[in-house]
Design a protein around this ligand. Sequence first.
Ligand code: SF4
Ligand code: SF4
Length: 197
Amino acid sequence: MRWPLAALPPVCLLVEGGAVNSGEQLCLACGLCCDGTLFDLVKLEPGDDAAKLKALGLPVVISRGKTPVARFPQPCSALCADRTCRLYAARPWQCRTFECKLFKDAKAGRVTFAAALTLVKQARRRADQVRRLLRALGDADEHRALGERCHRTSERLESGHADEAAKSTFADLSTALHRLKLLLHGRFYTRNETGSK
Ligand code: SF4
Ligand code: SF4
């Protein structure tokens, strides 16, 4: 199953001293737009310096074809364990400007930051459950985006022999993935943006 295709990543924040505001707290508790849960990749924009980002450690690749597109995969290699961005000052345009629906809703007062935080925690729990089930099915490739891993595991199990235990775990995975996607589409995606930030 593929995530919807669009390209954007996140508002990961590197807090350089000073008070952390509610929006920053929300993103620091989240990171779903950088960790491969919401997006498979981030596309660079014309103003981004691909060579510099590459030199800073982002694995930027440029697609072949009539209109080459520079992009880097998710989970992002610049995402730190504490959900800050190692490249915050130099992050690409998409990362500077992206705000998920939940962030926008909280900023506009349509939902309280406390309620938004609860939804973030719920989404992270659901994503963790999907990752646990993927590992149980033999996919421990944590460096790949969640959508890509689910798609690959689904193809593998549907094309080969799976025993009853694997079939049962795969059914649990399908349910867990469905629950996660319901939440992501309902509260996080702002448009048809799946695949890329
Ligand atoms: S998904 Fe939304 S709340 Fe989470 S880090 Fe990105 S912008 Fe912030
Ligand atoms: S560069 Fe920073 S903000 Fe952009 S995807 Fe990576 S961790 Fe997130």
